[in-house]
Ligand binder design. Structure first.
Ligand code: ZN
Length: 348
């Protein structure tokens, strides 16, 4: 990615709040307030606004803010055949909370592109590097009831092939970094090592761009914050999967560091990878100070080379208010600038 020569380029994990005229704010799976052509136009306007807010904050690697999707997993699945949204089952997802999910009733396939037009639209709006998030195969499987394959591994492999098709078209549309969201990687360690990373590698096969995997402790919703309380004083989940991830072909690993109890030295286990260090807590309405962000980045720099560190948010910010999200984007940018100046000896 030639366009990215800046030290410590900032990015967001993915989603950003939607305008209140498009969907009810501060909520996941929020219903659209518009329909038909108005909805299409509204989504594009929201994407423009979201891009503008990232640019105003000085974010270097921009995204669509996930303005065109209701949810990071289900919106992608809605576009596939083989999944019936009218046949819903309540299952335990992420081994954590009950959710009503659609059923896989036949062979899954992607008959048309999902996000490619959105990516083309974003590409028209900016020359900055673009990162595009897709759900990861394991997290997709974990958000469905599977009547057809009755094998998480087989279904994940089929999804990996579908994701690879979509990703290739996104790259053609001008996306610079494709990111797969795999919060399930922090839960099902044996499966991650048995087949999760293999499926991820299938999803990135032959992609002519940088690739990332985002592994977090989830949005700041109650089920997740309750779960975090049970994880003890040290969160060592990454330790189970980083050794294998380090050997994979993934270029970038996005992880959660701000206000989490992840021991920073675990980053050492993925030495050689680029690391998107989460320096913004998305589960708190408290806006970090630039100095707090800088501190997190300084700690991470003990375990990742400066040219491989990408300051980022812990996770998506869709459930936050726009005002708080803007404040957090500004803090991220300003905190990264402090450390950038320290590294280059440029104290203005
Ligand atoms: Zn996340």
């Amino acid at each position: 990615m030639n366009k990215l020569t800046k030290l410590l380029p900032t990015a967001t994990a993915g989603s950003l709040p939607k305008p209140s005229w498009l969907a009810e704010p501060e909520k996941l799976w929020s219903e659209w307030k518009l329909s038909n052509q108005e909805l299409q136009a509204g989504k594009q306007d929201a994407l423009r606004v979201s891009l503008h807010e990232q640019q105003q904050a000085g974010i270097d690697i921009v995204s669509d803010g996930e303005q065109t999707r209701q949810h990071f997993v289900t919106t992608f699945i809605e576009h596939l055949t083989g999944v019936d949204f009218s046949q819903r089952q309540t299952v335990k997802i992420r081994d954590r909370y009950q959710a009503s999910v659609p059923s896989v009733v036949g062979a899954v396939s992607r008959d048309r592109a999902v996000f490619v037009n959105d990516a083309k639209f974003l590409r028209q709006q900016t020359k900055q590097p673009i990162k595009w998030a897709l759900p990861g195969p394991m997290t997709m499987v974990d958000t469905l009831y599977d009547k057809h394959y009755q094998s998480r591994e087989k279904l994940a492999w089929e999804f990996a092939k579908i994701l690879n098709q979509e990703a290739k078209e996104l790259v053609e549309a001008g996306v610079d970094i494709i990111q797969f969201d795999e919060p399930a990687f922090n839960v099902f360690f044996n499966e991650v090592n048995d087949w999760g990373i293999a499926c991820l590698e299938k999803a990135i096969e032959g992609l002519n761009c940088q690739t990332a995997v985002h592994i977090c402790y989830g949005y700041g919703i109650k089920a997740n914050t309750d779960w975090k309380k049970t994880l003890g004083s040290e969160w060592r989940q990454y330790e189970e999967i980083f050794p294998k991830l380090q050997k994979s072909n993934i270029d970038i690993v996005s992880l959660e560091c701000q206000n989490s109890h992840v021991p920073m030295e675990l980053i050492e286990l993925i030495r050689g990878k680029k690391v998107m260090v989460g320096a913004i807590d998305v589960a708190s309405k408290q806006i970090e100070t630039p100095e707090q962000v800088a501190n997190t980045l300084r700690q991470a720099l003990e375990f990742v080379d400066a040219d491989k560190l990408y300051p980022c948010t812990n996770c998506g910010m869709a459930p936050l208010s726009r005002e708080i999200a803007r404040g957090k984007l500004n803090a991220l940018s300003q905190g990264a600038e402090i450390v950038r100046n320290e590294l280059t000896g440029n104290f203005a």
